[in-house]
Design a protein around this ligand. Structure first.
Ligand code: BGC
Length: 392
């Protein structure tokens, strides 16, 4: 009798253990991210690409060059018979990212977006930065954080597979004061969430504004334009800009303008509504879509996450909700993509092939002492937490 019971117990244990044993060999189960060589920089340094995978087919790929999110694969909805889709614009090879491109998937810094005239004053001292966007400074300068090799450490965190990236930006780097250490962690949470946690510390007063600059297209990175996508921006006010895309200084109501993507709108606004128009306050000669900062509704400097934006592809039902603890979100509809860049799988990225939803402090804040500050003190820590929640 005991022998029979033991045999049953052994069988039961085997049945219970089998999935775990099989799972250990299944690359789609949460584990420490895998690493592969992505290429070699002109100076000989090796660049890596990390793959974060969780059950169900969710996958994020990240490279240590520019801390770039090179891909994000959303699996088909269960039972839909659909296909997995990569929803991030980018390149198959390192060469694509080393060549000129508009910050695909990158972490931009030290100060993302624009600084008017490439100059600012801190504690009575004037600083001059590269003017790499007309008369202004954009996304950290000529060699911004998007063009640096970060030090990466893959691990399995308690939330899911993660990659920690660290970059030391020396004192005087691109004209900025202070030796700044930037840290970014990408974590893929089972069920379809991507966490992007950004921090920075400095040994002297400086300014910082890191953004995650992924271009999203929920129909697939090479599927055409995002014109049909539904968009929600949790903001009642936006920042009008001058002809060089510098905020004029006022926060204007979105009501009654093409900038109105408030969550109350029924049906939801479509990206297409803003395309081909010259919204009031937009830069003349830039009629291709929105490229403006918004003031996140209800923001307080309490570090709490708040909804910033929602993007949805009505054809597939795929959706992305963006939460962050930042006071603003730059909505950039891929206006300047012109079809000259050939991306992953031979995709040609034309105007509005993707949309950036960049949570951050307001552009050109260094010239607006009454806006939430970009200033970082030695001993303090800059924090920016982004949570991207996907619906397959
Ligand atoms: C800016 C755009 C710029 C784009 C690519 C966005 O964050 O708002 O004006 O063209 O980045 O450089």
């Amino acid at each position: 009798m005991t022998a029979v019971r033991d045999a049953w117990l052994t069988l039961l244990a085997l049945v219970l253990l089998l999935p775990a044993v099989a799972g250990a060999k299944d690359p789609t189960v949460s584990a420490v991210p895998t690493v592969e060589t992505f290429g070699t920089l002109p100076d000989g340094r090796e660049v890596h690409r990390y793959t974060l995978a969780v059950p169900g087919g969710w996958r994020a790929t990240v490279t240590d060059y520019g801390a770039i999110l090179t891909g994000f694969v959303v699996p088909p909805r269960e039972g839909s018979g659909g296909r997995a889709v990569d929803v991030v614009l980018g390149f198959d090879t390192l060469a694509g990212y080393v060549a000129k491109h508009p910050y695909f998937g990158a972490i931009c810094g030290r100060v993302s977006n624009r600084i008017a005239g490439g100059r600012f004053t801190l504690d009575g001292r004037d600083y001059r930065l590269a003017t790499n966007n007309g008369p202004n400074h954009l996304h950290g300068g000529t060699v911004g954080f998007d063009r640096k090799l970060w030090r990466a450490t893959p691990r399995l965190s308690d939330r899911g597979p993660a990659v920690d990236l660290e970059l030391v930006s020396p004192d005087g780097d691109e004209g900025y004061p202070g030796r700044l250490t930037a840290r970014v962690t990408y974590t893929l949470v089972p069920g379809g969430e991507l966490l992007v946690d950004m921090t920075a510390t400095s040994d002297a007063p400086t300014v910082v504004n890191l953004v995650q600059h992924a271009y999203w297209n929920l129909a697939g990175h090479g599927s055409g334009t995002i014109a049909d996508h539904e968009l929600v921006v949790h903001a009642d006010r936006y920042l009008p800009v001058d002809a060089t895309s510098i905020p004029t200084g006022s926060f204007e109501a979105v009501a009654g303008t093409p900038f109105d993507y408030r969550p109350e709108r029924q049906p939801r606004g479509r990206v297409a509504e803003a395309l081909g128009k010259l919204p009031p306050g937009a830069a003349p000669g830039d009629p291709r879509g929105i490229d403006h900062g918004y003031v996140v509704r209800g923001w307080e400097p309490d570090g709490r996450p708040r909804p910033a934006a929602v993007l949805r592809d009505p054809a597939s039902g795929r959706a992305l909700e963006v939460f962050s603890d930042q006071p603003g979100v730059q909505v950039y509809m891929g206006n300047f993509l012109d079809g000259t860049l050939v991306g992953k799988e031979g995709a040609v990225y034309g105007p509005n092939a993707g949309i950036c939803l960049e949570t951050q402090t307001h552009p050109d804040s260094v010239h607006h002492p009454d806006w939430p500050s970009q200033r970082l003190e030695p001993g303090g820590t800059y924090r920016h937490a982004m949570r991207l929640v996907f619906t397959p």
